[in-house]
Design a protein around this ligand. Structure first.
Ligand code: UDP
Length: 241
């Protein structure tokens, strides 16, 4: 019997780079499958799960703008990259036997549903995993902000950020042996110390809507389920009290 979850509904934000494995670019199918397995375990605990996946493993608007492309076009390309990642994750989740729906902020009705808030809620209530693709649908935003926006719209109990390390550290733990991991932080700590968790607009949106952000290691087998049960190592960002 898996441990009882602390949350009824959560949004998991994954960066595109987290699905790249050891590759320089694109998707590692083994990595996508492993993450899908982790999601399945949490779903089996009775938690309603929705996802936002980044696109940085394929395309980033800012980098394209740096080499001369106009920023808005680059950003639209970045949003399309998130659709590619979302379809790959949908396929991996379905191989695990889960029911899923992809909803895109940029309507693309031959490949997935358009984003409709009430419909997304209904899907989750029916036990489907909903993947929100194409970020916010607007250039000059990020998928972190999209995650905070959808988390607020879906009234989730927590937003999970699945990273390569088991929480938020004072410095990059892979480069600095003295880096310290925080158990809890406030939203203001993250903003004022400029800790690299999510961008400032995502943190502010989560703060305004009192959505706790939990940062954990998505690549550690079982960590997502443990985090849902309040076990293992992770960092929680919330207001004091
Ligand atoms: N993007 C955007 N608006 C959004 C979300 C994403 O314009 O609401 C674009 C932006 O160009 C970004 C790219 O999509 O660089 C990929 O998303 P992101 O960098 O957030 O992905 P991650 O770092 O999480 O893989």
């Amino acid at each position: 019997m898996p441990p009882a979850p602390r949350y009824r509904r959560v949004l998991l934000k994954l960066s595109g780079e987290g699905l790249m494995g050891d590759r320089e670019y694109g998707l590692d199918p083994g990595m996508v499958g492993m993450v899908a397995q982790e999601i399945k375990t949490v779903h089996e605990m009775g938690v309603q799960v929705c996802l936002v996946i980044g696109g940085g493993n394929i395309f980033r608007g800012v980098s394209a703008a740096a080499s001369g492309m106009d920023r808005a076009s680059g950003d639209y390309m970045g949003m399309l990259a998130t659709v590619i990642n979302s379809l790959a994750m949908q396929s991996a989740l379905e191989r695990q036997g889960l029911q899923t729906r992809v909803q895109s902020a940029i309507p693309m009705t031959t490949v997935c549903e358009p984003y409709i808030r009430r419909r997304a809620v209904r899907h989750m209530e029916k036990g489907r995993v909903v993947i929100f693709a194409a970020g916010t649908g607007n250039p000059f935003f990020t998928t972190d902000t999209a995650a905070a926006l959808r988390a607020a719209e879906m009234s989730v109990d927590a937003m999970l950020k699945g990273t390569q390390v088991d929480g938020v550290y004072s410095a990059d733990p892979r480069k600095d042996k003295a880096a310290k991991r925080y158990d809890t932080l406030t939203y203001m700590d993250v903003l004022s110390r400029d800790l690299q968790v999510m961008d400032a607009s995502a943190i502010s949106l989560a703060r305004e809507n009192r959505i706790p952000i939990i940062v954990f290691d998505i690549h550690k087998p079982g960590a997502f389920a443990q985090t849902m049960a309040g076990q293992g190592t992770f960092t929680v960002i919330k207001d004091e009290g």
